[in-house]
Ligand binder design. Sequence first.
Ligand code: ATP
Ligand code: MG
Length: 224
Amino acid sequence: MTVLQCKNIVKNYSQGPQLVEVLRNVNLELQPSEHIAIVGASGSGKSTLLNVLGGLDKPDSGDVEILGEHFSRLSDNKRGKIRNASLGFVYQFHHLLPEFTALENTAMPLLIAGIKKSVALDKARSALEHIGLAERVAHKPAELSGGERQRVAIARALVNNPACVLMDEPTGNLDSKNARAIQALMKSLSEEIATSFIVVTHDEHLAKSMDVTYHLDDGMLSRA
Ligand SMILES: Nc1ncnc2c1ncn2[C@@H]1O[C@H](COP(=O)(O)OP(=O)(O)OP(=O)(O)O)[C@@H](O)[C@H]1O
Ligand SMILES: [Mg+2]
């Protein structure tokens, strides 16, 4: 089954009297275990597209389907449930909660889904062990390096085994050594688990490691 599909997505922002046309007609289909990169100039609408695909923002027109559900037409409540169960997010800036530890941050999607705290923390611990952060579970974000924070964000995105993970510049704020470590981690994870990835990136190395690259240009997405 197609994991995620969008058809004729249009998204504009109004800025005072001015209309900013960001997405003009975006079509995309993502299959199970497929890994795609989206590249494009700064301001071309990559984050906007990920937000629309992930249901964090509504398109002005067009349709997003996740695992056969018409995402854009659902109530906020139903959409939130699907998002929590089927999607993982790694944001452009990690968005870890500063007052919580790496372990609690990682467990957050499970706790939000109503899973018992002891079970959620166990799963979070094994996700962190899996990505080499067993020794850092009790650290808060301010007590982690940039690369470690980004790894925690990836653990959090994967902790509930989502069908699809949306990543916005997962290596964007990292030096090249840490960026390559994150890339290697994503590669090994993708060999072990059947999750699909959509990765927005300026990082050519990372884009090349995906199955397909798409360009977002003038509000339209095309295969590179
Ligand atoms: N809430 C908003 N109101 C008005 N304009 C917005 C809003 N959010 C984004 N924009 C505009 O929409 C365009 C696309 O923004 P977006 O954040 O999607 O770009 P991007 O491709 O992710 O850029 P970057 O590579 O710098 O992260 C930009 O021109 C931006 O100024
Ligand atoms: Mg962006």
